[in-house]
Design a protein around this ligand. Structure first.
Ligand code: ZN
Length: 126
């Protein structure tokens, strides 16, 4: 019996990564070990693909909403959570890039960035 590590290591390899939520799997032909995809997250809670990570972020925001919140309030919370998720996932990306990814507006992304107290990204290299 070995001492159990309290948390999973940040970067690890496995023959196959399977999302605990949707079951999508990442592996390499030939069975070589692959690193956890950059967009995935493996923690004590489980391993999740990007889509499910987004979904969980949105769900967490909805779980925090008061009971019986109207639909539009919930939709707003969900959208804000998705933007916040994207901004914190890649704070170095420009607001415009993230806005596009979230199908949102640049100002909504900038507001999320302020809420999270994340600095504005540097000028992107072109
Ligand atoms: Zn998934």
């Amino acid at each position: 019996m070995s001492t159990a590590a309290p948390t999973a290591p940040a970067a690890s390899t496995a023959k196959k990564w399977t999302c605990d939520h949707c079951g999508v799997a990442v592996s390499r032909m030939g069975g070589e070990k692959v690193e956890l995809p950059e967009t995935w997250d493996a923690s004590a809670e489980g391993t999740y693909c990007l889509i499910c990570r987004r979904e969980r972020a949105a769900q967490a925001a909805l779980d925090g909403a008061p009971q019986g919140s109207p639909l539009d309030v919930r939709a707003k919370l969900r959208r804000a959570a998705l933007i916040e998720f994207e901004v914190s996932r890649r704070p170095d990306h420009g607001d415009g890039v993230i806005a596009k990814a979230c199908r949102s507006s640049v100002s909504a992304v900038a507001a999320a960035r302020q809420r999270l107290k994340l600095p504005a990204p540097g000028q992107p290299c072109k």
